[in-house]
Design a protein around this ligand. Structure first.
Ligand code: IMP
Ligand code: MG
Length: 174
């Protein structure tokens, strides 16, 4: 762990953006819904997002799925796999799928198709960060926290080779 990490969005900026995103989600998704977070990268984001939604009077159910696409490198392996159980109990439910970053788009496209195949009534997608310049498959998230250029970010759940997930802010790896 010798990388130099530069703060990109500090803790207060992330909290403000998550609160604003909860407002966008509250206005867009009516009634009961289930949040499905993609592990591991979304764990902090989902934890804060559900509490921001609670502050708006919303009571989402919460589930997680484990997918993998990245190895130890900074480049995508180009293949997404379900690395655990498929989500249960989402048939006929409205679902908000949440990931840390949209990069090539493969992960969220795969996860959205999986939820639709499980019978979800409607699927919205949310990413803390989006790198639109890196897209390899057509995909636009419904809710995005921060748009970032083609840089490598860490923190607030997001890792580089399993390190830095604990950082309370979003940083850029030099
Ligand atoms: P996609 O399937 O190519 O869209 O990749 C999405 C996944 O790639 C994310 O869930 C992250 O795990 C990983 N990823 C993409 N960009 C970054 C980054 O800048 N830092 C850390 N992980 C990243
Ligand atoms: Mg990930």
């Amino acid at each position: 762990m010798t990388e130099k990490i530069e703060t990109l969005h500090d803790q207060a900026a992330v909290a403000a953006r998550v609160a604003a995103l909860a407002g966008e989600i509250d206005r867009a998704i009516p009634g009961d819904f289930t949040i499905v977070g993609i592990l591991k990268g979304s764990f902090i984001f989902v934890a804060d997002l559900v509490r921001a939604l609670d502050a708006l009077g919303r009571r989402p159910r919460v589930d997680f799925i484990r997918l993998s696409s990245y190895g130890a490198a900074k480049e995508s392996a180009g293949e997404v796999r379900l690395a655990g159980a498929a989500p249960a109990g989402i048939a006929a439910r409205k679902v908000l799928l949440v990931d840390d970053i949209v990069d090539t788009g493969r992960t969220l496209v795969y996860a959205r198709d999986l939820l639709q195949a499980q019978g979800a009534q409607d699927v919205w997608t949310c990413a803390l960060a989006d790198k639109p310049s890196r897209r390899e498959v057509a995909f636009t998230a419904d809710f995005v926290g921060f748009e970032v250029p083609d840089i490598f970010i860490v923190g607030y759940g997001i890792d580089f080779d399993e390190n830095y997930r604990h950082l309370p802010y979003i940083g850029k790896v030099d």
